[in-house]
Write a protein that binds this ligand. Structure first.
Ligand SMILES: [Zn+2]
Length: 216
């Protein structure tokens, strides 16, 4: 089974690269094996080719069980999402250009149209700034900020499986690696659409939610 998950990670990375979602070689992906308490992730060193033989297996403390090198830098952020959002099977972290522009601006991505609503039922929330003392353990603090914004806004992580990490990038999740990767690509497209929508009409309002789902 772990070999299958390693292949899943490699394939998802190839797809994300094809879709230009590995801007400046940033971002990473992981899968959780909840029955064995293991995380499957690409190598922490972005210069190592993420082919199946180089994919890491770690325990929930970040100890490498299989493979060599360090786990991904933001391992604890992934862990916090897995721990708190129980239906999450895989996470993609990305620095897509438009997605990151919204994250850097500190703004949620509003639901301006049915394309957004097809993938995410609410605005994509943007986390608060990480404080100076929290920044000593940036990965864990990022995870806490992500969980905090979902609680604060009473959002469902299943209905809106994405978040913007302020001044950084996005985390997108799904039941498996390809679902998370597909949503990551969709998010980038939606971020661009939302940007263009505001450029064309700065007074635009959110999608009318009283429209029947059938017409969406
Ligand atoms: Zn990042």
């Amino acid at each position: 089974m772990l070999d299958t998950l390693k292949l899943e990670i490699s394939n998802a990375i190839v797809y994300l690269k094809e879709q230009k979602m590995r801007f400046l070689n940033k971002g990473n992906i992981s899968i959780v094996d909840r029955s064995n308490n293991l995380i499957v992730s690409e190598p922490g060193d972005p210069n190592v080719v993420p082919e199946p033989a180089n994919i890491l297996i770690t325990d929930l403390s970040g100890n490498v069980i299989e493979g060599s090198g360090q786990p991904i830098q933001n391992f604890t952020t992934h862990l916090e999402i897995y721990r708190t959002f129980p239906n999450t099977g895989a996470i993609v972290h990305s620095h897509g250009m438009y997605t990151t522009a919204w994250a850097q601006s500190g703004r949620d991505i509003p639901v301006y149209g049915t394309s957004h609503f097809d993938y995410f039922k609410d605005a994509i929330p943007c986390t608060r700034a990480i404080t100076a003392s929290e920044a000593e353990d940036y990965g864990t603090a990022a995870g806490h900020c992500i969980v905090e914004i979902f609680e604060k806004k009473s959002l469902s992580p299943d209905a809106t499986p994405a978040v913007l990490l302020f001044q950084h990038g996005a985390y997108v999740w799904g039941e498996n690696a390809m679902e998370a990767a597909n949503r990551c690509v969709a998010l980038e497209q939606l971020a661009m659409l939302a940007y263009l929508t505001e450029k064309i009409n700065p007074d635009i309002k959110d999608l009318q939610r009283n429209i029947s789902p059938a017409s969406l």
